[in-house]
Ligand binder design. Structure first.
Ligand code: MG
Length: 273
């Protein structure tokens, strides 16, 4: 799950060098974050074979919840700000925060973005992945691949000596160079003892701006990339965010750590779009 920002907040950060309290994790805390993040990754691998036509988004949500609770952990989004399920499941033009439903059947050709968080022993892990449902049109596959690549290009900027918006700028540059747009009102975030910690991590920005990065920072980086307009709105359920033009959107997220100056992906799994 991501932080919904007031646009003005993100804009003020774009000025750069805002002083923020970014927590540095101890080695003991990092071990706990590794464990909760590993469980997020394992949950994705567990549900992957079940993402197919005819399955309801509620059935997927139940599998997510059972897998996490069977291991003594808690699905982090359940009840968060009142969210009524364990996973956010968003289909096609739904960007994020889709509510699982027993009436929503996945269909051949859909793309479905699933966002999963775990709270275990006081620390959070958070990741998202957009899956194909059966055979998917080439233009949707391209959107997924570009979004996935933009996530990894962004992660690669998470290094000692770089600045926060080096991550943002790389994501934006890659997505826009393929003719896609970057959602503005939703951003990545610091993560640790809280699901959403400082700093906010926009998926757009200017290289060289923002706080200096250093080892011990833990971030959830999560580009949400649209095929058409960058503009989005919230449905009447007060949760689901969809693109204004109803064209598809993709979302990939990893929880990462900067360790010995370099990025390490804590929610790493074997899936790829
Ligand atoms: Mg998140």
């Amino acid at each position: 799950m991501k932080v919904l920002v007031v646009v003005a907040v993100a804009a003020s950060e774009a000025e750069g060098n805002t002083v923020m309290a970014i927590s540095i994790k101890s080695n003991k805390e990092l071990d706990l974050m590794r464990a909760s993040s590993r469980l997020v990754a394992e949950t994705f691998q567990h549900i992957a074979p079940h993402i197919k036509p005819g399955v309801t988004t509620k059935e997927i949500d139940k599998k997510v919840e059972k897998y996490i609770t069977d291991r003594g952990a808690y699905p982090a989004f359940k009840g968060l700000y009142g969210f009524p399920a364990s996973a956010c499941i968003s289909v096609n033009e739904e960007v994020v925060h889709g509510i699982p439903s027993k009436k929503r059947y996945l269909e051949e050709g859909d793309i479905v973005s699933i966002d999963i968080g775990v709270l275990q022993d006081g620390y959070y892990g958070d990741a998202a992945f957009t899956f194909s449902v059966g055979k998917v049109a080439e233009e949707k596959k391209r959107l997924m691949k570009v979004t996935w690549d933009s996530l990894h290009l962004g992660i690669d900027q998470a290094r000692d000596g770089n600045r926060l918006q080096d991550i943002s700028a790389k994501i934006q540059q890659h997505a826009e160079s393929h003719g896609y747009s970057v959602v503005r009102i939703l951003v990545g975030h610091g993560i640790g003892k809280e699901l959403h910690e400082d700093p906010q991590i926009p998926n757009y920005g200017k290289a060289g701006k923002g706080p200096l990065l250093r080892s011990g920072f833990t971030f959830a980086i999560e580009p949400m990339i649209n095929m058409g307009t960058k503009n989005v709105h919230t449905l009447q359920d007060d949760w689901t965010i969809v693109t204004d033009d109803l064209r598809p959107s993709a979302h990939y997220e990893h929880t990462i750590l900067i360790q010995d100056g370099e990025p390490e992906i804590l929610t790493k799994h074997e899936l790829s779009p």
